[in-house]
Design a protein around this ligand. Structure first.
Ligand SMILES: Cc1cc2nc3c(=O)[nH]c(=O)nc-3n(C[C@H](O)[C@H](O)[C@H](O)COP(=O)(O)OP(=O)(O)OC[C@H]3O[C@@H](n4cnc5c(N)ncnc54)[C@H](O)[C@@H]3O)c2cc1C
Length: 754
């Protein structure tokens, strides 16, 4: 075992965290003030009592012993405090415990067993605004300084015993709130009590023996924990509004049936998932002392700091006036979210930290994800293979072609076919390698970075493996596996886009001189892989079926069949798709895949397998293009120093982390069973729209040169940025539009009525 796995083995498990969550929630429900007793929430006596009670539960020593808990457990406690709207600054003590036990940074520090004030009675408030206070060193060389000035917005100072402050030179100091020269006065923030102004008049404070790296880590971690509390608060209010949307009726129906409300709540849920995933990732990275844990934390803070405030706004919109009354619980959560996400520099400073990581010094790449032992090894294997098979003159010759000739490379497909990787995720009984979703991510990631052309027909292969006959599998699967056959998808029709069940193309059974078979008539539209050998075609086999989707069947149609007319057209991204006319096209009986009139299930099940990886495929494209964008910005000092440019890149970096974490979530769900459709939809919607935002930002940041297209003199990276923006729309429109996906998220994920 390496150090990381040794450490991971002693840390608490997900089950331990569930128990902790239940225990903290139970305690706060039993001992916290009732929701209707508003004033009590800010009463120092109530806070003090709860604080003491939580200490008795052993929570205040979290961080002291890795086996008892670390940042992930602190996140759980903070989320529960947020959920219960309890204004106790647990984060101050949590961070201090990590410092005292040498666990604040990956490089570890000395343990400080003699920190007498850090005892069971210590209730530590925290103030992180170094601008507001002046200090000087009294005579002698002790660890003390004298503080002068005013600290604003110190939470629960009236119930606290001690205060942790950051000095203007970034060192950490601790002072006793009962000490000489300290005055604590209530000071409202966001229209709420609970905050205090602490005035220091020649106050003695003890400088903690923390390195600058540890002091920075303490501030970053504090902000991560505050994000966790804001997340708990925002999620609680969101859960309440989802329930409300199911009960509240207007215009004779629950408001949760209105698409405007469904899509609003779907957006909020996506944002909450994004926050949850990045928060979990960052806290796990810190607990495991991963070298890129700081990046992960800044990404979570940058994304969540803006996203949670938007969730709060959307939540209130959906509540209407009922949530606007102070008697309601929601306003408390609104305040909590804003106070916690805007404290200490807010998301803008986290975006700046991400930009600094990517643009300053040598410039860094995006952190590479740990894909498990097998995934990491496979990533390396594919890299080595591509360095030989997709590089140098071969790649240069491919890249020099116009875009519409760059969608496929038959020779490369065959080379790849020889590796067996086209069947990476297929079961072994069908000739596949049965590799895990994380290994599949490794493959997609390296292929994307190498800018290798796409290969395979995974949806059609899924359909054949699930529903094909022995003969169909034996005939079609090996061709796909060897990289010799491509199959198109013939679904959409002029009158049947999102409403695919409305399709009219017919397939009628015939018994004539051609033999037993089917005759197909109709028009398909926007078919991309029209140049492939086969079309996986949806046709109506029962015109009278009710509901309409019950009369659809799936066929494999050889594109060489007489009666097929293909009229290609150019897509907005310079690729092609086609109008395809099927006039009395005969196919043999065994062209039918799955049961007659059972095509809807074939189609949906084949897609379901892919759904979880669509978003991942998109975000990996964005991640690669983003690294190129950072390189281009770095090469222009004027741009890389521009604060607005840095802010835009910082935001994209945070969003990419969310997209990648949603991809990982889908992969982990798939490894333990299947990815629920709503999770696949969240990943697809988020990543598709991220691709658009990336394209828009790249053009804005790089300026007019980035607008020049392929082969235009002076075009930046041969026009890839502007082409990328044109391409990005496709991911939002196709594979189920993002509006359709949002309805699915709302109905399947949140249980809102159809
Ligand atoms: C580049 C590209 C490649 C494609 N490749 C293929 C292919 O290979 N094979 C194939 O069969 N198809 C393909 N398509 C078609 C794609 O599947 C459809 O575009 C998609 O299903 C949407 O249908 P539509 O374009 O008719 O839009 P419509 O369904 O007409 O939708 C128009 C707008 O109305 C919204 N809308 C529709 N219904 C609802 C609803 N119930 N609730 C809320 N909003 C709604 C949509 O979200 C969208 O914003 C491709 C499309 C593109 C852009």
């Amino acid at each position: 075992m390496n150090d990381l796995s040794t450490l991971a083995a002693v840390l608490p498990t997900d089950e331990d965290r569930d128990l902790l969550r239940q225990s903290v929630r139970g305690y706060l429900q039993a001992h916290g003030p009732s929701q209707s007793h508003r004033e009590a929430w800010w009463d120092p006596e109530v806070s003090g009592r709860l604080w003491q009670g939580l200490a008795e539960q052993g929570l205040m020593t979290l961080g002291a012993d890795p086996a008892e808990g670390g940042v992930r457990e602190m996140v759980v406690v903070m989320e529960e405090l947020g959920r219960a709207a309890v204004p106790i600054p647990f984060h101050g003590l949590a961070v201090t415990q990590l410092w005292a036990h040498g666990r604040l940074t990956a490089s570890r520090g000395p343990s400080r067993p003699s920190t007498p004030w850090l005892n069971a009675e210590c209730r530590l408030a925290i103030a992180l605004d170094p601008q507001a206070i002046a200090w000087h060193r009294p005579p002698g060389d002790g660890p003390e300084v004298t503080l002068q000035g005013v600290l604003h917005g110190v939470e629960a100072a009236a119930a606290a015993t001690d205060l942790l402050v950051v000095l203007p030179d970034q060192r950490l100091a601790r002072l006793s709130l009962q000490g000489h020269g300290v005055t604590v006065t209530p000071s409202r923030a966001m229209g709420a009590d609970g905050g205090y102004q602490v005035t220091c008049d020649a106050v003695r404070a003890e400088v903690l023996d923390a390195t600058p790296e540890q002091a920075t880590a303490a501030q970053r971690l504090t902000r991560l924990l505050l994000l966790a509390r804001a997340h708990g608060a925002a999620r609680r209010a969101f859960e309440m509004v989802v329930d409300y949307a199911k009960e509240r009726c207007q215009f004779g129906q629950p408001i949760g049936r209105f698409q405007a409300i469904q899509h609003k709540l779907a957006n909020a849920w996506m944002a909450l998932e994004g926050v949850q995933r990045t928060l979990d990732h960052a806290s796990a990275q810190i607990d495991l002392s991963a070298f890129d844990s700081a990046y992960a934390a800044w990404a979570a803070i940058a994304y969540g700091g803006s996203a949670l405030r938007q969730v709060s706004l959307e939540t209130h919109h959906a509540f209407g006036a009922i949530g606007y009354a102070e008697e309601h619980e929601a306003p408390r959560h609104f305040r909590r979210v804003h106070l916690d996400t805007l404290a200490f520099g807010g998301p803008a400073s986290a975006r700046a930290a991400l930009a600094s990581h990517l643009l300053d010094g040598e410039g860094h790449r995006l952190p590479e994800y740990d894909l498990g032992e097998a995934g990491n090894a496979f990533r390396q294997e594919v890299r080595v293979w591509l360095a030989t098979h997709w590089s140098g003159e071969r790649k240069a010759a491919f890249d020099a072609q116009p875009f519409h000739d760059r969608e496929f490379d038959a020779a490369f497909a065959k080379d790849l076919g020889a590796t067996g990787w086209i069947g990476l995720g297929w079961p072994q009984e069908h000739g596949g390698q049965a590799r895990t979703p994380r290994e599949q991510i490794a493959f997609m990631e390296v292929m994307e970075k190498a800018e290798a052309p796409r290969v395979g027909a995974s949806v059609q292969a899924n359909a054949l493996m699930m529903y094909g006959t022995e003969a169909q599998r034996a005939r079609y699967l090996p061709e796909i596996l060897r990289g010799e056959a491509m199959h198109g998808m013939g679904y959409s029709e002029p009158q049947a886009g999102s409403d695919l069940a409305a399709l009219k193309t017919s397939a009628v059974r015939v018994h004539d001189e051609r033999g037993d078979g089917w005759v197909i008539n109709g028009q398909k539209i926007w078919t991309t892989t029209w140049w492939g050998q086969y079309m996986f075609l949806a046709a109506r086999t029962d015109p009278a079926a009710k509901p309409a989707h019950a009369g659809i069947s799936m066929f494999i149609v050889p594109m060489s069949s007489p009666g097929i007319t293909v009229k290609p057209s150019t897509t907005m991204y310079d690729g092609t798709f086609a109008n395809i006319f099927y006039d009395d096209v005969w196919v043999p009986e065994d062209a039918l895949v799955g049961p007659e009139n059972g095509g809807w299930k074939v189609l949906m099940d084949a897609l379901a397998n892919e759904r979880g990886s669509v978003g991942g495929g998109i975000v990996l494209k964005v991640a690669h293009a983003f690294e190129l964008l950072c390189q281009d910005v770095r090469s222009q000092p004027g741009k890389s120093a521009d604060l607005l440019v840095r802010d835009r890149l910082g935001q994209l970096a945070a969003d990419i982390e969310v997209g990648r974490q949603l991809m990982m979530r889908c992969a982990m769900l798939a490894e333990s069973g299947t990815t629920p459709p709503e999770m696949g939809a969240v990943s697809k919607v988020f990543s598709g729209e991220l691709f658009e935002r990336f394209g828009e930002t790249a053009l804005e940041v790089l300026g007019p040169q980035a607008l020049l297209s392929q082969e235009a003199p002076g075009a930046l990276r041969n026009g890839r940025y502007e082409q990328g923006l044109r391409h990005s729309l496709m991911w939002v429109i196709s594979i189920g539009t993002n509006e359709i996906q949002r309805s699915l998220i709302a109905q399947r994920g949140l249980g809102l009525p159809r």
